[in-house]
Write a protein that binds this ligand. Structure first.
Ligand code: ZN
Length: 360
């Protein structure tokens, strides 16, 4: 067992502005991959400030759940850069990682991102999260959408070189994004805790992350301008990212992906609703770590979700469940999830979960 997470994490209030000399020392030409919200939350101003005097290109059109096809266009438009900065939520950070690989290896087709034998290096990646949930700032993963399905690739060369985590960029997140991103972090922590690849190192981070989210998230939703709560959730999110860098995610993520790509349900919400089912199956197979989770959540994850007023607002048909269950049956997540999941079990996971949340 071991622990590998080679990203230097700089954490705290005003952490970007306080490290101007690091940004200045990284190179001459920078590409900032971001979305529109970085103009609103203050993060883009901070980054432009510390890059004063450098050549800076900004790609600010990163969509939610970016498709693989956009990567080559971005790489072609900004072929001449030294450093790629992912600024935003998971979508800009994961896009930045993929672009950094293509910029360093221009001979690659974007499809070859998924074949880790084809490349060994990427342009230096800097990540600055402005949501609290994806954990992408401390992982070797990039999840893009390929042919309408979420598909991640992983490579040690896309661990960011440095990540700057400042909760203040999350202060302007609305309730929906605050909830869904925090639930993504909860999913990472809990799935990582249950993962067959968990280690005592990752478990320590998982447990701390779950405890913070359990205690603080309901309070934050009631008091969204509370800086202490925002900071705690940002910390829990980064911890949970460090967990999945060790363990990967498990079946709740695989089950949630179609809800996001087909129904537009936010990623974290789409995965977290399947946690009670994953826990139930692990319990059925007498996986004793489940008891730690149940005791933390006082016996019922459903009660926790009810207290957060989780509401998805979509309906799902039987045909969709059949199709999705077929896809999930072949997901790599199954190999690291405790318990056995055949087609019928996966269908039941959908029916039971979606029934509970009144979506059928
Ligand atoms: Zn996730």
């Amino acid at each position: 067992m071991g622990f590998f997470m080679p990203t230097k994490v700089l954490y705290g209030q005003d952490i970007v502005i306080k490290n101007r000399e690091i940004f200045q020392s990284l190179g001459d030409k920078f590409l900032i991959v971001t979305g529109k919200s970085s103009k609103v939350n203050g993060s883009l101003d901070d980054v432009l400030d510390v890059l004063d005097g450098k050549h800076v290109y900004i790609f600010d059109e990163t969509p939610e759940n970016p498709a693989l096809e956009i990567i080559s266009g971005i790489a072609e438009s900004y072929s001449d850069v030294d450093v790629v900065i992912g600024l935003g939520g998971g979508s800009p950070m994961d896009t930045a990682k993929a672009v950094a690989v293509i910029l360093e290896n221009p001979q690659l087709n974007v499809e070859e991102l998924y074949d880790k034998t084809k490349y060994n290096s990427a342009k230096p990646i800097i990540c600055i999260p402005t949501t609290a949930g994806t954990g992408s700032e401390v992982t070797q993963y990039s999840v893009l959408t390929v042919n309408g399905r979420k598909k991640g690739f992983s490579h040690d060369c896309i661990f960011p070189k440095i990540s700057f985590v400042d909760y203040k960029y999350t202060m302007t997140l609305n309730r929906e994004l605050t909830l869904s991103t925090a639930l993504d972090a909860l999913s990472h922590a809990m799935e990582g805790y249950l993962s067959l690849k968990a280690t005592p190192f990752s478990d320590a981070f998982s447990m701390e992350s779950m405890k913070i989210i359990k205690t603080i998230l309901p309070r934050l939703l009631d008091d969204p301008e509370n800086e202490y709560y925002r900071e705690r959730i940002a910390f829990a999110s980064t911890l949970a990212g460090m967990v999945i860098a060790q363990t990967g995610t498990t079946i709740a993520h695989a089950l949630g992906y179609p809800l996001t790509t087909e129904k537009g349900v936010k990623h974290g919400l789409a995965t977290a609703i399947f946690l009670p089912y994953e826990v139930k199956i692990a319990k059925r197979y007498e996986y004793t770590k489940v008891d730690d989770i149940l005791s933390l959540f006082e016996g019922s994850l459903h009660d926790f979700f009810r207290s957060l007023n989780v509401n998805l607002g979509v309906t799902i048909t039987d045909e969709e469940i059949n199709l999705w269950a077929k896809i999930v049956s072949s997901a790599s997540h199954l190999a690291v999830t405790p318990g056995k999941y055949d087609f019928e079990t996966i269908k039941e996971a959908y029916k039971e979960t979606l029934g509970y949340f009144n979506l059928l």
